[in-house]
Ligand binder design. Structure first.
Ligand SMILES: Cc1cc2nc3c(=O)[nH]c(=O)nc-3n(C[C@H](O)[C@H](O)[C@H](O)COP(=O)(O)O)c2cc1C
Length: 198
């Protein structure tokens, strides 16, 4: 078997050096839409059982970021005032912080009508698509991170993103240009997590 070392080195290095880059690490410059389009293009090549392609993405940028802030803050207020957990600081963060990102992609899982495969598999497929976007961003020197905070798990937020009862909102992929070098991360040795049976 021939191994193309230029390919393996590229992919090993990309996977190893990919990092989550958070909003406070963004320069404020706008990422080229063409790079975000390439991230989405690569997302659709994620593995998907029975080719259900369960991902749904809504991209917010420019004035769309302000609209996203207003929409998510409004749903947060409505739900938390009704259940008594409203916090003004949280509301203000949701309202004002979206504009710190260049683009934000709302990531959803849309069930196919026939429910051809278990929900777990559809969620897995969407997270594979997210990893494709993470790796594409890393290859272009762009920062991103998936946030599952804010209104991600609010049932009431789903309709803002065209998601129905059986669908899921999985989070928000924030994208921006890193202003400095991003610190390395750490992981446990793989021997702690993988067993070989020969
Ligand atoms: C499903 C999922 C949800 C995440 N949600 C958040 C989040 O809400 N807030 C956050 O700061 N990071 C979030 N992250 C990013 C992790 O913090 C990040 O992956 C972790 O710190 C490891 O850093 P690395 O991605 O640079 O290796 C999430 C990651 C995943 C996979």
């Amino acid at each position: 078997m021939d191994i193309d070392a230029s390919k393996t080195e590229l992919v090993n290095n990309l996977i190893r050096t990919r990092r989550s880059v958070f909003q406070q690490q963004y320069s404020g410059e706008r990422v080229d839409d063409a790079i975000v389009a390439q991230m989405l293009e690569n997302a659709r090549w994620a593995p998907t059982h029975k080719l259900t392609e369960p991902w749904q993405f809504i991209v917010f940028t420019g004035d769309g970021l302000r609209k996203l802030g207003e929409q998510q803050a409004a749903v947060y207020k409505r739900v938390t005032e009704a259940n008594g957990s409203f916090k003004e600081e949280r509301y203000q963060n949701l309202l004002t912080k979206t504009v710190l990102s260049s683009h934000i992609i709302a990531v959803g899982m849309k069930r196919d009508e026939k429910k051809s495969v278990p929900e777990l598999e559809e969620l897995g497929a969407v997270f594979c698509a997210v990893q494709n976007m993470y790796l594409t961003a890393a290859a272009y020197g762009i920062g991103c991170y998936l946030s599952s905070g804010g209104v991600t798990y609010f049932e009431e937020a789903k309709e803002l993103f065209g998601l129905d009862k059986d669908d899921k909102l999985l989070g928000f992929l924030h994208i921006g240009i890193p202003k400095t070098q991003v610190p390395d991360s750490k992981r446990k040795p793989i021997e702690d997590k993988a067993v070989w049976v020969r």
